[in-house]
Design a protein around this ligand. Structure first.
Ligand code: CP3
Length: 345
């Protein structure tokens, strides 16, 4: 289907754009009362993720209600470990919870790779197809997956953590097991991302939310090595790599076969642009907490960020997902400011 607005795709490929495109990580979700209304009719988050009709509905909501330049499929990175054999629950106010974990060679039986993606993750592919039908080409649809390192953290730890020390421990105590598990996650993730592109995702993003808890060398060995395999395998659509907190690895990421690098709010986009040059697009990176300030201040801080750009190769976003208690009107101010901004060069 012909896209009426393909700004993020052109920006990702480094082609000419008439204005900067804008969307928000976690835009489909709790900030919108309309999302909460759909979710409250169901048993919970998982039912929403697993019911394509509803997942597609909440995917399209931010396009209708906020005017973003892209939709992102409503799902979660945790559907991959579940498909591999580790079922998860999403506990209210607590977050993800896995009954079983993988901390020994024996645990690898919960990391299957030999299954059909359509069979276990067909509900996501179906949601992509329905969402595209409802979007009718208005904006591109982004598909996504967790990076192997971040998925590894959940499979080893079984839940969120500030330190993920069980996961990091394994890198020292059983690096062979760690590499085997990371490699298996990588194989499944490649197939899953390709299936999303085949189902209609126009762009793909890898979320490495826990990249920042590893030192530079360990992140190269246990993180980037596997992202590199994914990036080399994805040729279908533009790819974004968002490695949160990996400040000292951005130049290494810029050498991978991706179109766009996601930046968190601690990263300096001007310095990074100077370092990597013009051959990658940068995505980000306004501090999500800016959206707690006044409409005026949001406008000023957004314009400051846009004024600092020395290149058109930008996709505007926050530096991480939007926080659930942000007023949607504040989000609209951010989006309007970006859309009204005239690129000077
Ligand atoms: O709008 C979008 O960005 C698309 C949907 C999306 C969700 N999760 C929905 C969701 C995306 C892209 C994700 C990615 C994701 N999930 C990440 C990577 C991005 C990041 O934030 O660093 C991670 C680490 C997860 C795992 C996860 N899912 C956690 C830790 C939690 C609990 C914390 C929280 O935010 O509540 C979730 C739950 C989750 N995923 C919700 C949503 C909308 C909230 C659940 C609800 O509605 O009750």
């Amino acid at each position: 289907m012909e896209l009426k607005n393909d700004l993020i795709l052109r920006a990702a490929r480094g082609e000419s754009i008439e204005r900067y495109p804008v969307w928000l990580m976690r835009q489909a979700g709790r900030i919108l009362p309309e999302y909460r209304a759909v979710r409250s009719k169901l048993s919970g988050f998982k039912e929403l993720v697993e019911t394509p009709k509803f997942a597609a509905e909440v995917t399209v909501q931010p396009v209708d209600l906020l005017g973003v330049d892209a939709a992102i499929i409503f799902s979660d990175i945790l559907v991959v470990p579940e498909a591999m054999g580790l079922e998860y629950q999403m506990l209210e106010a607590k977050g993800p919870w896995f009954e079983k974990t993988i901390r020994t060679d024996e645990g690898l039986k919960y990391a299957e790779t030999n299954f059909d993606i359509e069979d276990r993750l067909g509900y996501v592919l179906e949601a992509i197809k329905i969402a595209n039908k409802e979007l009718d080409g208005r904006v591109p649809l982004i598909g996504f997956a967790g990076a192997p390192w971040t998925i590894f953290c959940y499979m080893v730890e079984g839940h969120g953590s500030k330190t993920f020390s069980e996961s990091r421990k394994l890198l020292y105590t059983n690096p062979v097991l760690a590499h085997e598990l990371l490699s298996r996650i990588t194989d499944v993730t490649i197939q899953y991302l390709k299936a999303q592109a085949a189902a209609g995702a126009h762009m793909l993003q890898i979320f490495d939310s826990w990249a920042g808890i590893l030192g530079t060398e360990q992140y190269a060995e246990f993180g980037l090595k596997y992202i590199d395999r994914i990036a080399n395998a994805i040729n279908e659509v533009p790819l974004t790599i968002f490695a949160k907190g990996a400040i000292t690895s951005v130049s290494a990421i810029a050498k991978l076969k991706c179109n766009t690098i996601g930046l968190d709010w601690n990263m300096n986009s001007v310095e990074i642009r100077n370092e990597i040059g013009e051959n990658r697009t940068l995505q980000g990176n306004l501090d999500p907490c800016v959206l707690y300030s006044s409409h005026n201040e949001i406008q000023n801080l957004t314009i400051n960020m846009l004024d600092s750009y020395k290149s058109k190769r930008h996709i505007v976003n926050l530096g991480h997902g939007v926080y659930p208690d942000i007023d949607p009107e504040k989000v609209k101010t951010f989006i309007k400011t970006v859309k009204d901004y005239e690129i000077q060069f």
